[in-house]
Design a protein. Structure first.
Length: 372
């Protein structure tokens, strides 16, 4: 018998967080987030998402054993931005049992229907600015920082439950030990032609704060028309900055300026999933030592976000970003770089990735279903 229960107690929260440790115990490519970070992300006290949204967490039990989990949540900022009436689900994990999956997904649908929503989108954990999308291709390698992994059968479970594709997002992989001369020449020509200047994140604390303000200004403009985009609130920006700045390499945080005005932004990060992999979700003296060793050996990086504001696109500034990111990354021993994720509809960025000899190696999918 399948039972769906709301997450209410701290014991339930623990069961919700720990389920993937059991489901992926034999998967060498799964990388768990730190358990403490997961608790904060799910907590209305710590996550600014809950300042404007609601969420409910559910567990699926079969014969008294936890076998699945899901969230149902609202995002009024998404609906206001896109003139939509969508509800959302996320954090989907499940044994290979379509009845369990259907029970979880039906519960998320019922919850959103009670909120007056007419369709459901997911997975989002909790927003498009968090981990999102179901991995449907590329299970043979670990995810990079802030990307997800999944069991291959999850796609079948969602589709058998009536969910269909809303959007695919691609991850590209580039492996280089040196920068091709043609890319270097191309980037130099673009810089001369456009007059673009590339700045890195300042080491000065006061100037760094100004840099972040200018970056946020670009972010709001460059992504405003992207599918599913919902701008960060000020609190979300502060929260994200607090999480990422300690991990960031200032030379991989790039701001493009023309005539002293910011026109583009690129953020690449060392792939700290290489560190998380050895920590197994826990912080203790042994995992800290392992983490320090792993940190010194990071060999991969992820270009997490890149954008150019309207009026300055199709001038090659994105190519300059890729070149600078790789140039700095190679000098630090990052020989494998991921560009992700790129919307399947973003023809220009997909072409740029391919032009730079990157190979599409993972696909993440957002699903949808109409609510009757």
């Amino acid at each position: 018998m399948i039972q769906i229960k709301k997450v209410k107690s701290s014991k339930d929260v623990k069961a919700f967080i720990m389920l993937p440790f059991r489901l992926y115990k034999d998967d060498p490519n799964w990388v768990p987030n730190l358990i403490g970070d997961e608790k904060k992300h799910l907590s209305p006290k710590h996550n600014p998402f809950f300042q404007y949204a609601e969420a409910e967490l559910f567990l699926a039990l079969k014969d008294g054993k936890v076998v699945g989990r899901i969230s149902a949540h609202t995002n009024p900022r998404h609906n206001a931005k896109h003139n939509d009436n969508a509800g959302f689900f996320g954090f989907f994990e499940c044994i290979d049992d379509v009845e369990v999956a259907r029970a979880l997904l039906d519960e998320a649908i019922r919850w959103n229907k009670a909120k007056g929503r007419d369709k459901i989108l997911g997975p989002f954990s909790f927003t498009i600015n968090d981990e999102c999308g179901l991995l449907v291709d590329g299970f043979d390698t670990p995810p990079m920082l802030l990307n997800t992994h999944a069991r291959p059968y999850y796609q079948r479970l969602l589709e058998e439950a009536g969910f269909t594709k809303a959007m695919d997002m691609y991850a590209y992989l580039s492996e280089k030990t040196e920068m091709p001369e043609r890319i270097e020449r191309m980037a130099a020509a673009i810089e001369r032609r456009t007059g673009v200047k590339i700045k890195t994140l300042s080491a000065n604390k006061k100037q760094r704060a100004e840099d972040i303000k200018r970056i946020f200004k670009v972010y709001e403009k460059a992504w405003e028309d992207n599918w599913g985009n919902v701008p960060l609130t000020q609190k979300e920006l502060e929260n994200l900055t607090a999480q990422l700045l300690p991990l960031a390499d200032p030379e991989l945080v790039l701001l493009a300026e023309i005539d002293d005005e910011p026109v583009g932004f690129s953020l690449a990060m060392p792939n700290f999933n290489e560190v998380l992999k050895v920590m197994h979700g826990r912080v203790n003296p042994i995992t800290i030592i392992k983490a320090l060793i792993a940190k010194s050996r990071i060999s991969t990086a992820r270009v997490i976000t890149m954008g150019v504001i309207d009026g300055f696109r199709q001038k090659g500034i994105d190519t300059v970003f890729y070149y600078r990111s790789y140039k700095h990354g190679l000098a630090k021993g990052y020989f494998r770089g991921e560009f992700s994720w790129v919307l399947e509809t973003n023809t220009m960025m997909n072409r740029v990735a391919e032009m730079l000899d990157a190979v599409r190696y993972k696909t993440y999918r957002i699903y949808e279903k109409q609510i009757d």
